[in-house]
Write a protein that binds this ligand. Structure first.
Ligand SMILES: C[S@@+](CC[C@H](N)C(=O)[O-])C[C@H]1O[C@@H](n2cnc3c(N)ncnc32)[C@H](O)[C@@H]1O
Length: 383
């Protein structure tokens, strides 16, 4: 991708690279820290990858033991993303004036980039982790920035001394609302699920909106959320009067050291009039092609966008929804078969002849749940 030279120059000034693989990253981290630290971090990352240790607080404290170590880890996990963010920050000059509030700033990598690009702005980074804030202050000093401040605070109680024209949050939403979103299902009927995310994000949206000027804006970039939670986040913002700026919202695909991730980009502003669903449909429609089988976030989008009525069959184990099947007829008269579990989503289109086989496939999978351990719920919605 084309990266503005300011973004590459910033990375170089901090001796950071766009790490291509784990070994390259660990070798660099070793040069910036020490063997004991690298081992502790590698063990923690391994157990996080296996889902054994999702204690974010512990991870961010470990990450921020030193500034250079923390920057190196940010660069490893976000360097691909950082390119996109850097470009986006440069391309969105109209939002960066007055005071900028960066929520969940961690060691200040992106916050300081904003301050460097927009010297007329006063940039305030907030994070509840004191070690991260101390590192962010040291980074600002290293870069010679005098227009950025960092505050240790919980964003839920934070009141800025002057209202911000824009609040940003990069990869922060799901971390900051981890407690509130922890019981919310990642699959399930879209409006029901996204209303639950709206509720979970509502305190964060309120806390941010309270710190904005009368026409203040929010820019956020969050991982995975085109799959779940993005609509809910935009709904939570709209509920407090900060509605999406439809044609600025987008999806970003960025590579980190091990995987390609799909991020959702929200631009919202108090003066905007678009609804969350309009913004979501506007973004997702750009990948949509009726009749094409799709996976991931595009599968659920196509199911709703290309039908008028959907028949769902949900499989629950206790309170937890574990598998969802759905059938619908597309606007072009094809049969749509959709399936989601906790790891995957897919949608396929069939003609009448092939639909019989797809139906048998559904019935066979559903029959595996046919015992007292599972609850099967069938219902129809208008899409
Ligand atoms: C993924 S990191 C953010 C990365 C950073 N924005 C960047 O672009 O490099 C998420 C951050 O949110 C912070 N955080 C979590 N809950 C918070 C809260 N209630 N208030 C303020 N910060 C919080 C964490 O300490 C962590 O530093």
């Amino acid at each position: 991708m084309q990266t503005y030279e300011q973004v590459d120059n910033y990375m170089q000034a901090l001796d950071l690279k766009y790490y291509k693989n784990t070994n390259d990253f660990l070798a660099n981290l070793m040069m910036k820290t020490d063997k004991g630290y690298v081992k502790e971090l590698a063990d923690t990352l391994n157990s996080r990858a296996k889902g054994q240790n999702s204690n974010n607080e512990y991870f961010y404290k470990l990450k921020n033991r030193t500034l250079d170590g923390s920057l190196c880890i940010s660069a490893a996990f976000d360097s691909g993303l950082f390119r996109h963010l850097g470009n986006m920050i440069i391309d969105s000059a109209e939002y960066f004036h007055g005071t900028v509030l960066d929520v969940g700033c961690d060691c200040g990598l992106v916050t300081c980039f904003i301050a460097q690009q927009y010297p007329e702005c006063r940039v305030v980074g907030v994070d509840k982790n004191e070690l991260a804030v101390n590192n962010a202050k040291a980074l600002a000093e290293r870069l010679g920035l005098s227009n950025v401040e960092f505050v240790t605070a919980d964003i839920y109680d934070f009141v800025l001394d002057e209202k911000a024209s824009v609040a940003t949050s990069f990869r922060g939403l799901l971390d900051i609302a981890q407690k509130q979103t922890s019981g919310v299902s990642v699959i399930g009927e879209r409006s029901e699920r996204e209303n639950a995310y709206q509720q979970a994000f509502s305190p964060l949206a309120t806390a941010i909106a309270n710190n904005l000027t009368d026409d203040g804006a929010v820019i956020s970039v969050e991982r995975y959320t085109a799959l779940y939670g993005w609509l809910g986040w935009m709904q939570a913002l709209a509920e407090v009067g900060v509605s999406p700026v439809m044609d600025k919202c987008a999806r970003m695909v960025a590579q980190d050291i091990s995987t390609k991730k799909d991020y959702s980009v929200t631009f919202a502003q108090k003066s905007s009039k678009s609804t969350p669903l309009e913004a979501y449909n506007y973004v997702m429609e750009q990948n949509f092609k009726s009749g094409a089988g799709v996976t991931g976030a595009d599968a659920e989008f196509s199911l709703y966008f290309d039908s008028t009525e959907i028949e769902f069959t949900d499989v629950k184990k206790g309170e937890k929804l574990i598998h969802q099947f759905a059938k619908a007829e597309s606007k072009g008269g094809k049969f749509m078969f959709y399936e989601a579990d906790l790891d995957d989503r897919k949608l396929k289109y069939c003609n009448e002849k092939k639909s019989q086989k797809a139906q048998e496939d559904f019935d066979r999978k559903l029959a595996m749940y046919n015992n007292s351990e599972f609850e099967i719920k069938k219902y129809t919605i208008n899409s």
